[in-house]
Design a protein around this ligand. Structure first.
Ligand code: GTP
Ligand code: MG
Length: 247
């Protein structure tokens, strides 16, 4: 599931179940009873995903507020755009199987950190670290894990700053801590990752060719990192020529 919409997938899941609805003339239950039963049994699942949707709303708001505040300081908005998504049922089930995690809502909650995903895309690398620092300093955010694939890119060239956090959501009678994965990256990192993600599934090619293409992709990643560094340098020179003289 790619990052496009901040809607849980429960609608499409329901549609899938409805498509497989039994022939009620053959079983000892009326259609109304079946629908009632379905609604009752779906409720905990829908509620479970609603928590993640709320966590996304909380985190998106935090980044939007920081974006506004940075622009009040006379700086341009650091965030280009934010994309969020709830992990699809299919991806969750595949991850459960691959990691041998119990197939239960408790299993998902305990072991899958990216049911809620928030991607924050910035123009400049320095803004990523400033935003991440401000976000993590907030006293209701708990950092669970940080992976800095900008300072330590993956061997294939992937770059982004990943923050696994827990955020409280306030419900009618309770406060729940919900985990979410934040991915902060520049436009250039996002451009590379989006294309690499699309190409990753084309594996039915000779190994030699795949190796050569992986090498090309890695060179593109390194080249776009140089562009990011250059753009940062240009901005530093424009904003503070005395501190960053043109070489
Ligand atoms: P999993 O989420 O179980 O894979 O845990 P992990 O520890 O491997 O997480 P990791 O931080 O490596 O990646 C989490 C997410 O980052 C993925 O779901 C992607 O959205 C993104 N990502 C990580 N590596 C790559 C990559 O090589 N290419 C692209 N396009 N995206 C990546
Ligand atoms: Mg992974």
């Amino acid at each position: 599931m790619d990052y496009l919409i901040s809607q849980p997938q429960s609608g499409s899941f329901n549609t899938e179940i409805m498509r497989q609805m039994p022939d009620f003339t053959e079983i000892d239950i009326t259609e109304t009873e079946f629908i009632d039963l379905l609604e009752v049994s779906m409720m905990p699942i829908q509620q479970f995903f609603t928590y993640y949707k709320c966590a996304i709303m909380e985190i998106e708001t935090k980044f939007k507020v920081l974006n506004e505040q940075f622009s009040l300081n006379g700086e341009s908005n650091p965030i280009e755009f934010i994309q969020s998504r709830i992990k699809s049922y299919g991806s969750i089930l595949r991850k459960l199987s691959s990691k041998d995690i119990p197939r239960s809502l408790d299993g998902i909650e305990a072991h899958i950190n990216d049911v809620a995903g928030i991607r924050v895309v910035c123009s400049f690398v320095q803004d990523i670290y400033r935003l991440a620092d401000c976000f993590l300093q907030q006293d209701d955010i708990t950092l669970i894990e940080q992976k800095d694939y900008i300072r330590n890119p993956k061997p294939n060239g992937y770059r982004s700053l990943h923050l696994i956090v827990a955020v409280p959501i306030f419900l009618e009678n309770e406060k729940r801590l919900v985990k979410a994965e934040g991915q902060l990256r520049t436009l250039a990192m996002d451009f590379w990752a989006s294309i690499e993600h699309k190409l990753r599934y084309k594996k039915d090619l000779p190994e030699e060719m795949l190796n050569a293409l992986a090498g090309d992709l890695k060179r593109c990643a390194d080249e776009s990192a140089r562009w990011d560094a250059k753009m940062q340098e240009i901005r530093n020179q424009l904003e503070d020529p005395a501190e960053h003289p043109k070489r």
